[in-house]
Write a protein that binds this ligand. Structure first.
Ligand code: FES
Length: 101
């Protein structure tokens, strides 16, 4: 089941960690555009949704790997790509679907 969260909970320039269908998902607001992806860092499992967001780059809070939240790609290893989630804005809410397995 997709999950809905209020847009007001996700101000521009911020990220959140949520759970969708028992998967950890990172959600970000980049200048008003909402992006969501697999929220578990492939390095050692850090919570990407709790990382520092600068433009469209998030820095993992554990050891600093960086990912483009619009594509899911790791900056230094573009072959490493986080699964992207479906995002639908409806009124004042954003609906997020887990990435396809
Ligand atoms: S767990 Fe993310 S950089 Fe190490």
């Amino acid at each position: 089941m997709p999950k809905r969260i209020p847009l007001a909970d996700l101000p521009p320039g911020e990220g959140r960690t949520i759970e969708v269908d028992n998967q950890v998902i990172a959600v970000f607001n980049v200048g008003g555009q909402i992006h969501a992806m697999d929220g578990i860092c492939p390095h050692a499992g850090g919570p990407l949704g709790d990382g520092y967001l600068d433009g469209n780059l998030v820095t993992c809070p554990w050891h600093g790997w960086q990912f483009d939240v619009t594509t899911g790609a790791c900056t230094f290893s573009p072959d490493m790509v986080q699964g992207l989630c479906g995002v639908t804005i409806t009124g004042n809410e954003v609906e997020i679907s887990a990435p396809a397995e």
